[in-house]
Design a binder for this molecule. Structure first.
Ligand SMILES: N[C@@H](CCC(=O)N[C@@H](CS)C(=O)NCC(=O)O)C(=O)O
Length: 199
């Protein structure tokens, strides 16, 4: 059985969501980042960490890719144009949305107070809002990030959009707005959230 380490309030939510979409059982240990339990598995002290027997994976994108490839679901096959398209959208979510959210979090409550630059937050909010809106051009008429099927790229983008919504960063309207709201309304997302909140 898989064990997911890290609270659902962190990037571990991506992994919990993926496991629900895959319909797989898992154990969940919401250990805090940098805690001794996390450091014992990941020298960086970051979460999420996935344990699969003797295998330990310490990065949310690596975990999503591992699970999707291993189970042959939520992904296009490696070495195909469809996979390249999916990877482009995954990296767009990582670099153009999640990275700005993380920088915002660092300047809100993670960095020592003296290093925080509060003035950067509205700049980041604008970058995030603009990149969410760019999904309209990137996706065209496709219902999901990488085309016709829901994939791990949608988990990355949907998790980032949910994070942005919590911060009240303006979401695009119209088709992309409906797509983003639909991601977090999915039974898999809702089940992961409900189970994690129930402890
Ligand atoms: N690239 C890693 C980043 C992991 C990461 O930074 N996680 C945060 C929580 S969402 C963390 O553990 N931060 C603690 C720290 O940076 O020391 C991933 O996607 O898993």
């Amino acid at each position: 059985m898989y064990t997911v380490i890290g609270s659902h309030k962190t990037r571990a939510m991506r992994v919990l969501w993926a496991l629900e979409e895959l319909g797989l059982p898992y154990a969940h240990r919401p250990e805090p980042p940098r805690s001794p339990a996390v450091r014992a598995l990941n020298p960086l002290g970051t979460v999420p960490v996935l344990q699969d027997g003797e295998t330990v994976i310490c990065d949310s994108v690596a975990i999503l890719t591992y699970l999707a490839d291993k189970h042959g679901q939520l992904t296009a096959p490696p070495g195909t144009p469809a996979r390249a398209r999916q990877d482009v959208m995954m990296q767009f979510g990582v670099s153009n949305i999640a990275a700005f959210l993380w920088t915002r979090a660092r300047h809100s409550f993670i960095l020592p107070e003296a290093m925080r630059v509060p003035a950067i937050k509205p700049v980041l909010d604008e970058e995030i809002a603009q990149n969410l809106a760019r999904l309209d051009d990137l996706m065209g008429d496709a219902p999901f990030a990488a085309g016709a099927a829901f994939s791990i790229a949608d988990i990355m983008i949907g998790h980032s959009a949910a994070w942005a919504a919590l911060l009240r960063i303006p979401a695009p309207e119209g088709r992309v707005g409906t797509y983003l709201k639909g991601l977090r309304a999915r039974p898999g997302y809702q089940a992961a959230l409900a189970k994690a909140q129930a402890g």
